[in-house]
Design a protein. Structure first.
Length: 264
């Protein structure tokens, strides 16, 4: 695995390239019905089947996942959002940079690889960058060293406010009864804590019908108004996330078929 030297700190650059796989025989390393304790693809890698089914490569978080139940992105901690870059300016053209984060954030190792750095204030407001390597500076919990996929386009000044978000498929969780993130896809198998798997994000997909719902063909599907079972689907409610459309009629506590729209 390549190592990038910056400010005396070795940053490990992810050896997996982002890619899109096509067709059922695209990979012999890990199929859609397999989990793995080791990483085989970049998180977010897309696998597309000819019939419209689409999958994203994901890492399970701290709780075992059940098949046919929707997952959610991990909660983005507020300590990574809108942090002023006091005394840590960066010049145009830099790819290896240091940004400030709030003390005692939960950043560990390279947990931001594949994530996004963006600026919400001052001259570079609205600019965003993909992160390809990350690590907290040894002995510090506020200095975060990053390697970016593309160089800085506008200088980062002391009053710039940086925000960071992990890759959407890093340590996903079961979709909670109270939404705290965005839908990340449905596993077709039970997934062990800390294992890698393929989350279905498009096409016909089995999903558990919530205990207070009835799936009706043609109705829009999403988290029900009062979700009783984490990860279960129901009739879409205005202002909640839209997951797709029901393809079957199924009673509560059964598994129905949803044409997922998460990757459209």
């Amino acid at each position: 695995m390549p190592v990038n030297m910056m400010l005396g700190l070795p940053l490990r650059v992810n050896a997996f390239e982002m890619s899109t796989l096509f067709g059922p025989t695209a990979s012999s390393r890990q199929g859609i019905y397999e989990e793995s304790s080791t990483q085989n693809f970049a998180l977010g890698t897309k696998w597309v089947y000819g019939d419209g089914r689409t999958f994203r490569y994901a890492l399970n978080g701290g709780v075992a996942l059940g098949k046919a139940k929707m997952t959610q992105t991990q909660v983005v901690e507020t300590k990574l959002l809108e942090v002023a870059q006091t005394a840590h300016t960066q010049v145009v053209g830099a790819e290896d940079i240091t940004v400030l984060v709030t003390t005692a954030s939960a950043i560990v190792g390279d947990s931001l690889v594949g994530g996004t750095l963006w600026f919400n204030k001052v001259g570079n407001m609205g600019e965003s960058y993909r992160i390809i390597a990350s690590a907290l500076r040894p002995g510090s919990d506020t200095l975060l060293d990053l390697k970016l996929e593309t160089p800085i386009r506008t200088a980062i000044v002391a009053t710039s406010e940086a925000s960071l978000c992990p890759n959407a498929w890093y340590k996903v969780v079961v979709f909670p009864t109270t939404t705290t993130g965005s839908a990340a896809g449905v596993p077709l198998i039970d997934v062990t804590i800390g294992y890698y798997f393929w989350a279905q994000t498009g096409g016909d997909c089995p999903i558990y019908v919530d205990s207070s719902e009835t799936a009706v063909i043609g109705n829009l599907a999403g988290p029900p108004a009062a979700m009783a079972v984490p990860g279960a689907a129901g009739v879409w409610v205005t202002l909640k996330q839209l997951w797709g459309t029901w393809r079957t009629v199924n009673a509560a506590d059964e598994v129905g078929l949803v044409d997922l729209w998460l990757d459209r």
